[in-house]
Design a protein around this ligand. Sequence first.
Ligand code: SF4
Length: 355
Amino acid sequence: MNSPASWQTELTEAFRSSESLAAFLETSLPTLNQYPVLIPKKLAQMIKNQGLNGVLARQFLPDSQESSLDGFIDPIGDKTHIKTSQLIHRYHNRALLIPTTVCPVHCRYCFRKNELQSDGPFAQDREKTLNYLQAHSEIEEVIFTGGDPLILSDEKIQGWLEALSTIEHIKFIRFHSRVPVILPSRLTRELSNLFESFHKRFKIVLSVHTNHKDEWSEEAKQATSEFRPKGMKWISQVVLLKGINNDAEVLLELFRFLANLDISAYYLHHPDQVKGGMHFWLSLEEGRMLWGQLHNRLPGWMLPQYVIDIPGGEGKVQAFNPEGHRFSGMLLNRSGQLKAIARPSFQASDSSTLS
Ligand code: SF4
C-alpha cells in the first residue's frame, strides 16, 4: 500500500483550471465558473491515453452542455431532510453525514454539483450533529457521504468514529466514496489499521462509486484488492449515464469485474435530473430495458438493485416496476401510492433554492 502523504500531494497537484488541463490535453475546454475543474494528474493522463471521446473524458472534462438550465438544483430533495448543516435524516433508521464537501475529482454528472459549489447548505456543525444522532435512538446506521469522506485526514475520520462509538444505538457505518477509483493512493495501511481498530464496535461498509470498468487503473485494482481491513465489507454503487454505460455489455462487464474484485453489487442508480447534468440523463424505459438484460444474464448475487430517487425528497424506490418496460409517468412511492414524476422542463424558480 502507498505512503500516507502521497495521496495528499496528488490532490494538491491536481488540475484545477480548464486552461491548465486543456494545455496538458492539447485541446480546448470551456471554463464554467459555476462548475470548476478538479482532476488529479494520473487521471488526466488516463484521459489523454484513452482519448477525448472516451468514457473518462466525458465524465470528468467540462462540457458546454453543463450550462443548460434544464433540471433541478437539488434533484433528490436533500434540503427537505437537513437536520443540521452536516446531517440529512431521510430514512427512519439511517442518516447521511456530510463531514466534507471536498472531492478527489469533480464528476460532471454529480447529483449534488449545485449544492457542493454553493455556500451552503453543508457547513461544519459537529456538536449539533452528534447531539441529533444521540437524541434519535432509531438511527442505527450513519452513512458518510459528501463530497467524499475518504478525503478527510485519518485524524478526522478517527475523531468521527470515536465520537460515534459513544452513541450506543449506532451499529453500522458506511462510507460512500469515489476515492478507490480516482485516488487509490488514499487506501493506505494506516487507514486500513484505523478501520480495523473499530471492527468490534461497528460493522463498516465501504461503497465504491464506479460507472465503467475502464475507470480502473492497475493501481486502483491493486490498492482495492489489498485494502481489506478485518470485518469491512465492500459494495458498489453505479450511476446509469447516457453515453457512458447505457449499454448492457458495458454494465455486464462492470458487474463481473467488480465481482472478481470481491465487491458486492449494491445499487444501479437511475440518473437524477440535476441542473448541469441533464445531458447524462436517460429515460426510465431505457433503464428498465437495460436492467432487464442484467437480470437475465447475471447470477442473482451479482445483480444490483435498480433504484431511482423520487424528486422532492421522497427517497429511493425500486426503479423496475413490474408492469413492464413502458413507463407510465408514475412510480409507487414508499407508502405504496402512485406518484407522478414527470420530467421537468426548465425551472426558473430553482435558481434561488439554496441561497
Ligand atoms: S466524488 Fe461524488 S460527490 Fe464528488 S463530484 Fe463525484 S459524484 Fe459528486
